[in-house]
Write a protein that binds this ligand. Structure first.
Ligand code: 5RP
Length: 233
């Protein structure tokens, strides 16, 4: 659980955006709404702050087992995505965002369930501290979730695209797969094209570029306060 004491400056920004996102989420939901919950430290602040209003939250779907466990510890109902008709709003962090609100995600290895939840959600709100804002994506190594038997094949194909693939040792995703992080792709352009190309490699489950379905809005934590940003055309 989070406390205001001993928060690093970066965590204080994460908590500030999480609080703004809770306020926004409460304004968008009614007593039948399902809230999509992301994964990571910023999403954890969101979960803990949302729990203070849990009587107003009919249900959630979670993008990882870790987030589902945290929600359940707070007594917030968690549903299987297949059991709900609609996700009103999905709130999640990011490893990088550009001004189009195209993202890199998957630092926490939850990218596939995150991408599925974002695809279903009517609205995708990204929450991030200011360090995640970049002119061009690709400084953060791009996570790719891969079927284990295809690991070497996919790594060779990723190298052909100009990146340096690095197997994330010791990590198995919630879906039973492995992660390859692709270094040295910066600057990624055009982003959607690379997202499609990597998804078309046989053995790839998905990659951490969120450009075909970018965020609809971003709450960015800065020294000057929380800024709400909409995608640049
Ligand atoms: C997990 C993610 C996270 O959203 C991303 O890694 C950001 O995490 P944090 O909020 O801890 O900075 O994509 O797979």
């Amino acid at each position: 659980m989070t406390s205001d004491t001993n928060l690093s400056p970066q965590d204080a920004l994460k908590k500030a955006v999480a609080q703004a996102a809770v306020d926004y989420t409460l304004s968008k939901i009614d007593d039948t709404s399902i809230v999509g919950i992301g994964t990571g430290s910023t999403a954890n602040f969101f979960i803990d702050l949302l729990a203070e209003h849990k009587a107003k939250v009919a249900g959630t779907v979670a993008s990882s087992e870790a987030s589902a466990d945290r929600l359940k510890q707070h007594g917030i109902p968690v549903y299987d995505l297949n059991a709900v008709d609609e996700v009103t709003i999905y709130v999640d962090g990011a490893d990088e965002t550009n001004s189009h609100l195209e993202l890199i995600k998957g630092g926490g290895a939850a990218l596939t369930r995150e991408k599925i939840t974002a695809a279903v959600a009517k609205e995708f709100l990204c929450i991030a501290d200011g360090s995640k804002w970049v002119d061009n994506l690709g400084g953060f190594p791009l996570p790719v979730e891969v079927i284990p038997m295809a690991r070497s094949h996919v790594a060779r194909e990723l190298a052909k695209l100009g990146g340096d693939p690095v197997y994330r040792e010791g990590v198995i995703t919630d879906n039973g797969n492995v992660i390859i992080d692709v270094h040295h792709l910066h600057p990624i352009s055009p982003v959607r094209e690379l997202e499609e190309k990597i998804n078309n490699i046989t053995g790839v489950v998905t990659n951490g570029l969120f450009a075909l379905r970018p965020a609809d809005a971003l709450m960015l934590g800065t020294e000057g306060g929380v800024k709400t940003i909409y995608p640049k055309n």
